[in-house]
Design a protein around this ligand. Structure first.
Ligand code: ADP
Ligand code: MG
Length: 572
């Protein structure tokens, strides 16, 4: 929590004024039983109506002043809490943006979402409640006790005993419920993860008829969470009857003691009523305090999770050199993912000259994406060297890597807006002509023109485009930067063969002649490349041209002939 306090900067005044007004409210409240006492002892005892009206007026004034301080306090506390949480959420968001793939893998998207939503809300609640109650509760509890002692010193022990008993009950109940609430929070996170996966993959789940299994898994988590919540609820339910019983026993003692004292004319009748009122105030306050502590404990747990996320630092450091030619060389490279056991790829060595095209082919999970992700430095090689322009990739600036390397990832991602807005994401200054020429190269201009050109709407995640259209738009977006290195990671998989071939031809004719990496499972997409790397289970089986591989590489032959009939050579 300490490290998060810096986001409270700018709200210091609110943090001081809130509790001060809350304390004022408490003081006004403490006066009320005294006024009531006077109404009874002076007003009613002497049948002094004007006095009674005066005192009732005073009660109303106390109520209005008390309410005003409450409103002011509430306002300051809410301002501070909301401002704080807004800053915190912003900080989390920009921090996540700065993390590398490796850290994002470790943290996980769904945890990040929970951090930014439910955890931040929890902390906001905690701050709000804390600012409102931490000054009020001690004031009321000890204030009421002192006031009571002033009315009748003999009852101090009744108050002390009741408060101690109440504290014991409240804190033992909390000792049980707080860990339960933590458990619920963890379960909630798992449920969010499951929900997210299921919603994202709802088509796959249905296509594979796995609804029943998914539902069972989901219900299991849901049930476990409900169980924990139920237990916490049951234990908390004991709190009210127990505390009320204790307070009522205290009140009986007070009234009994009061009756004797009144009879002996030691204290007045009004004093007994005042004592009774102070006792009730203490009860209510302690129950509130218990709630405050539960909220604050939850908030602290959330805060420590947020802190943990903010502490996760980008492990990549960058140099300041720029990419010129765009040659790429791998020297015996291996990559082991942080959360994976075995290296995902190993022993990768190849050289790609300026303007050359390299095909990478292999089955799913063979490590194709892993290899190209090291060129754009989404991940750093765990072993071996990755060189661009003959220099270690770590010597380039982040900007150079982003500007000069065009990556079209396996999953096409478009954002809500217009086509032009999407296209300008990588190059804000691109002219309409640039965009059109990129769209043409990417074979995307025709269907965009049909939809009204660059201002055509793109719905969230590009829902209003087909898979192949999305892929071509993503390729166009990568081309606008005129990259020195272009990576197409399985990004033509949804295109028909002819469009795919036209696209490759258009890219080869580009003026910037990028070094081209084509990742695919289709032989047709890579067969015209200058070099083809055949991957199998993370190992490079062979590197060569289509002809060479067809002669000597069994895996390549197998892939090729599974897609083209032996007797009929592909004519693309
Ligand atoms: P391909 O692109 O050929 O389908 P990938 O390069 O995506 O294959 O994956 C290769 C292997 O690395 C797979 O076994 C996959 O499980 C693993 N892998 C890929 N990405 C990650 C990741 N972010 N964290 C852990 N393991 C991963
Ligand atoms: Mg892949």
């Amino acid at each position: 929590m300490k490290k998060l306090l810096k986001y409270m900067d700018g709200y210091k005044i609110q943090c001081i004024l809130g509790p001060i007004f809350k304390a004022l409210e408490a003081i006004f409240e403490l006066f009320i039983p005294l006024v009531v006492k006077n109404i009874i002892d002076v007003g009613i005892a002497n049948s002094d109506k004007p006095y009674i009206f005066k005192m009732v007026g005073l009660l109303i004034v106390l109520a209005v002043v008390g309410l005003s301080s409450t409103l002011v306090a509430q306002y300051f506390a809410a301002r501070a809490a909301c401002g704080f949480s807004a800053k915190l959420r912003g900080a989390l968001f920009s921090h996540t943006q700065s993390l590398s793939y490796s850290e994002l893998d470790t943290l996980g998207t769904s945890s990040l979402i929970t951090r930014m939503t439910s955890d931040v809300n929890q902390v906001q609640n905690g701050v709000n409640m804390f600012l409102r109650l931490f000054s009020r509760s001690p004031f009321i509890v000890f204030g009421a006790m002192i006031m009571a002692a002033r009315i009748d010193p003999k009852v101090t022990w009744i108050f002390a005993a009741t408060i101690i008993l109440l504290l014991i009950v409240v804190f033992s109940i909390m000792a049980i419920t707080v860990p339960l609430h933590k458990k619920v929070q963890n379960k909630l996170e798992k449920t969010v993860l499951l929900t997210k996966e299921n919603l994202a993959g709802v088509r796959v789940v249905r296509a594979l008829s796995r609804e029943a299994e998914e539902e069972t898994a989901y219900n299991e988590y849901n049930r476990a969470m409900t169980k924990a919540l139920n237990r916490a609820g049951k234990v908390s339910a004991v709190m009210n009857p127990l505390t009320y019983a204790i307070v009522n026993v205290g009140i009986i003692a007070l009234v009994y003691n009061g009756a004797l004292s009144v009879e002996a004319s030691l204290i007045s009748q009004g004093a007994v009523i005042a004592l009774y009122n102070y006792m009730s105030q203490i009860l209510i306050e302690l129950v509130k305090l218990a709630n405050l502590i539960v909220t604050v404990t939850k908030a602290l747990a959330s805060a420590s999770r947020i802190e943990h996320t903010l502490e996760e630092k980008n492990s990549l450091t960058y140099g300041n050199e720029d990419i010129c030619t765009g040659t790429v060389e791998f020297k015996d490279v291996a990559l082991k993912y942080k959360n994976g056991g075995e290296p995902a790829v190993s022993g990768i060595s190849f050289f790609a000259g300026k303007g050359e095209s390299v095909g990478i082919i292999g089955g799913t999970g063979s490590g194709k994406s892993t290899v190209v992700n090291m060129i754009s430095r989404f991940y750093d090689a765990s072993e071996g060297e990755v060189l661009i322009d003959g220099k270690d990739i770590k010597r380039f600036s982040q900007n150079a890597l982003r500007e000069k390397i065009g990556v079209v990832p396996q999953r096409s991602v478009l954002f809500r807006g217009t086509v032009a807005q999407n296209m300008r994401m990588g190059a804000p200054d691109a002219s309409d002509e640039d965009i059109i020429s990129s769209l043409k190269t990417a074979q995307a201009y025709d269907f965009i023109a049909e939809r009204g050109g660059l201002d055509a709407d793109v719905e969230g995640s590009g829902k209003n485009f087909s898979g192949g259209q999305k892929q071509r738009l993503c390729i166009a977006r990568a081309l606008i930067k005129k990259p020195s290195i272009l990576i197409l990671d399985d990004s033509t998989s949804a295109l028909d063969f002819a469009t795919d071939a036209n696209l490759r031809k258009a890219i080869r004719e580009l003026e910037c002649s990028p070094t081209l990496f084509i990742v695919s499972q289709r032989a047709a997409s890579v067969m015209h490349a200058d070099k083809i790397i055949v991957l199998d289970r993370g190992e490079p089986i062979d590197i060569g041209t289509h002809k060479e591989l067809l002669d000597r590489c069994d895996v390549y032959k197998e892939i090729y002939y599974s897609q083209f009939r032996k007797d009929k050579e592909a004519s693309v």
